[in-house]
Design a protein around this ligand. Structure first.
Ligand code: ZN
Ligand code: ZN
Length: 270
């Protein structure tokens, strides 16, 4: 699937009018989308120009060449500054004063950490890496013509963890997919199954739905105490999982209250 930034931008605008409490987060996300859209085009051109589209060998992370991203770091992150909250803006300015070697090391850390679970050392550093790397990872993922068949809980292309689940209509019913936090690939996954530890007893897998978000389910697991949000496209066919998930701030409060940890946090930690 080719990333469609225009659709994400429109969805963020629509959701900020529906959920005013998420308007600030969504405005920041919208700005990030505009920057990523530009970056995606630049990376696409650079890959074409240098004939650097990798052969589909190794995992998607191994195919990445961070040298390709470095020339765009300064402009892209400078563009994030005006939309950032003050502490983040200061952090970005400080980051940009560093050397390209430091930028590369930072991106490298994010790319190689794969399915590491838990809180990153510095969430701001990870945010910057995600802004810069997401478009590249999605471009490479979109180029893979044949998806390896997968039933595991890690992305078949890059071994990343899922950021959300997605329920889609297929045939007579709904099918569940997991959406990779790193490269945006979706792969099919069993419906009643913990996406972290593989628990399959229904009584250990509580589901929570908030009135405000009838199309998003929090699927929790009492065995490993992880949870994931699944965006139910059978209930709202206009939803875009990465965007709707960002707006669902109250669901984070529910998970926190009951002590469930997200399998993988989203871009802005909502
Ligand atoms: Zn992936
Ligand atoms: Zn579990």
């Amino acid at each position: 699937m080719t990333p469609n930034y225009d659709a994400r931008i429109r969805r963020a605008e629509y959701l900020s009018s529906t959920y005013p409490f998420a308007a600030e987060i969504l405005a920041f996300y919208r700005r990030i989308c505009v920057i990523q859209q530009k970056l995606s085009k630049e990376l696409h051109d650079a890959l074409d120009r240098q004939s650097r589209w990798p052969a589909a060998a190794g995992t998607l992370r191994e195919q990445m060449d961070l040298e390709l991203v470095l020339p765009f770091v300064k402009q892209a992150l400078s563009d994030v500054v005006p939309a950032s909250p003050e502490p983040l803006a200061l952090y970005i300015k400080e980051f940009l004063r560093g050397s390209p070697e430091r930028w590369a090391a930072s991106l490298e850390r994010y790319v190689t950490q794969a399915n590491a679970n838990g809180t990153p050392e510095d969430s701001r550093e990870e945010l910057l890496a995600r802004i810069l790397i997401d478009p590249y990872a999605e471009l490479l993922a979109a180029k893979q013509s044949v998806l390896p068949s997968a039933a595991g809980n890690l992305c078949p292309l890059c071994e990343g963890r899922p950021v959300t689940g997605v329920l889609r209509i297929e045939g007579d019913g709904g099918k569940r997919f997991l959406l990779c936090a790193f490269c945006g690939t979706e792969w099919e996954f069993r419906r009643i199954y913990c996406a972290f530890c593989g628990e399959s007893r229904e009584q250990s897998l509580p589901v929570f739905v908030a009135e405000k978000f009838p199309h998003i389910r929090v699927e929790a697991c009492d065995t490993c105490r992880h949870c994931i949000r699944s965006v139910d496209l059978t209930k709202d066919g206009h939803a875009i999982p990465v965007v709707d998930d960002l707006a669902a701030i109250p669901l984070a409060l529910w998970a926190e209250e009951y002590g469930y940890q997200r399998i993988q946090g989203n871009l802005l930690g909502t």
